[in-house]
Write a protein that binds this ligand. Structure first.
Ligand code: NI
Length: 135
C-alpha cells in the first residue's frame, strides 16, 4: 500500500534575480522588484512529501524524526536567514528563483533519503506563488 506523508518547514532568505550580461533596465524589466540590487527577502514555506510503502513492522512509511532532521540539516541550516546568491554555492551562477530553489532542495533531500522513496518538493515563495518538483 503506497501513500504519502508530508513534513512542513519554513525559512526566510534574501535573494536577487539578475543576469550580469543584461543591463539594469533589462534586469528590471524581466525580474521586476526581485532584481533590486540591494536584495530583498521572502518567507519560504516548504512542504516535503515522501511516497512509499508502509513498513509492516513499525506502521511507518518513514520515521518523521529522520525526515525532520534531514530537512533541518539540508535546508533550514544552510538557507534560513541567508543571502542565497552570496551564501549558497548552488546559486553563485544560477538565479535563486523559486523554481531553482525547489530543484536544489530536491537534490539535497534525495541525496540523504533512501531511494525507495519518491520525493515531492512543494515550495511557496509567496502565499500565492509556488512550485512543485518531483524530479
Ligand atoms: Ni524575490
Amino acid at each position: 500500500m503506497s501513500l504519502t506523508v508530508y513534513r512542513k518547514a519554513h525559512f526566510n532568505a534574501a535573494h536577487r534575480l539578475f543576469r550580469e550580461d543584461w543591463s539594469d533596465a533589462k534586469n528590471s524589466q524581466i525580474f521586476g522588484k526581485c532584481s533590486n540590487p540591494n536584495y530583498h527577502g521572502h518567507n519560504y514555506e516548504l512542504e516535503v512529501g515522501i511516497t512509499g510503502d508502509i513498513d509492516a513492522e513499525t506502521g511507518f512509511l518513514i520515521d518523521l524524526k529522520i525526515l525532520k532532521d534531514v530537512i533541518y540539516e539540508e535546508v533550514e541550516i544552510p538557507f534560513d536567514h541567508k543571502n542565497l546568491n552570496v551564501e549558497v554555492e548552488a546559486f553563485k551562477n544560477i538565479n535563486p528563483t523559486v523554481e531553482n530553489i525547489a530543484i536544489e532542495i530536491y537534490n539535497r533531500l534525495t541525496s540523504r533519503l533512501d531511494n525507495r522513496y519518491k520525493v515531492t518538493v512543494k515550495l511557496y515563495e509567496t502565499p500565492r506563488n509556488f512550485v512543485v518538483y518531483t524530479g
